[in-house]
Write a protein of this length. Structure first.
Length: 282
């Protein structure tokens, strides 16, 4: 596995692969890798001849009061895990490499509509930061495929919309959420939780499953289902950020005539923000 930090070296290797007729898949990450990230790499390896994994804690997608400085960084362990999977390149640029003129002077990519609400509403500017850094990575790697986890479902839809709108020739692949044995969605932020807290946090997925079952059983009073779900989270000690039933592909408010739903949820457990979702097809 090659470990590359500079853009020139990355582009040189990508060019050589292209000249050899090889296909490329990209897995963008912020590091502190877990089994969920590794499932993205495994999927990427089935799609392309070569796999590039980027590790970059992107300051543009963090708000003023979020955990940028304390975000867990485990680069040596990450590299070891990626090498064992047969990753071809791990790209670990510095902030100055990605934003040489600083964040204030950086051009940005804004994806209207689908970036609003949910995490976009709770974290203003978050998806602008995501869309900007992913666009830069797409331009640097020029992948045929890029793999993203379905746990961050709004992010996945934002990136799909962005690639379509900007005519970026990359196929965006959504990879199913990996879960702990308990059902808790794997996340780098789970590391902030004790074992006991992780067990309690499973209420988020359990509440999603219960809501999904009610939808499948014909209950369509969305507001009532959402209110009951928030109450369940509060009773377990979580503070709901949002719990909403939406149209799966557009993320717009669900209508009675819809048949494909996504139930999106975010909640705070102490200072830790957890997100999850479940898809429902009637």
């Amino acid at each position: 596995m090659q470990s590359i930090t500079e853009i020139k070296s990355l582009r040189s290797q990508i060019k050589a692969w292209r000249e050899a007729g090889l296909s490329v898949a990209l897995v963008p990450t912020m590091g502190n890798l877990h089994r969920g990230h590794y499932s993205l790499v495994e999927k990427a390896k089935t799609l392309a001849d070569k796999v590039v994994v980027s590790i970059f804690v992107n300051p543009m997608q963090f708000g003023a009061n979020e955990d940028l400085d304390n975000y867990p960084r485990t680069l040596n362990e990450d590299k070891h895990g990626l090498a064992e999977l047969g990753t071809d390149i791990v790209f670990t640029p510095s902030v100055d490499t990605i934003y040489p003129n600083g964040l204030g002077a950086q051009s940005f990519v804004d994806v209207p509509g689908i970036s609003l609400g949910y995490c976009g509403g709770s974290r203003p500017g978050h998806f602008r930061g995501v869309a900007t850094v992913v666009t830069k990575l797409f331009n640097l790697v020029q992948p045929d495929y890029a793999c993203f986890g379905e746990k961050d479902f709004q992010q996945l839809q934002v990136i799909k919309t962005m690639a379509h709108d900007l005519s970026i020739p990359v196929e965006i692949i959504g990879v199913p959420t990996m879960r702990e044995v308990s059902g808790l969605a794997m996340s780098s932020r789970n590391g902030y939780l004790s074992d006991e807290q992780k067990q309690t946090a499973t209420v988020l997925f359990n509440t999603l499953k219960h809501c999904a079952e009610q939808l499948k059983n014909g209950k369509k009073d969305f507001a009532q289902l959402e209110a009951a779900a928030k109450q369940s989270l509060e009773q377990a000690g979580l503070k709901p950020d949002y719990f909403e039933i939406a149209q799966r592909d557009t993320l717009k408010t669900a209508k009675l005539k819809d048949t494909k739903f996504i139930i999106l949820a975010a909640a705070y457990f102490g200072n830790v923000r957890l997100i999850d979702n479940i898809q429902v097809e009637i």
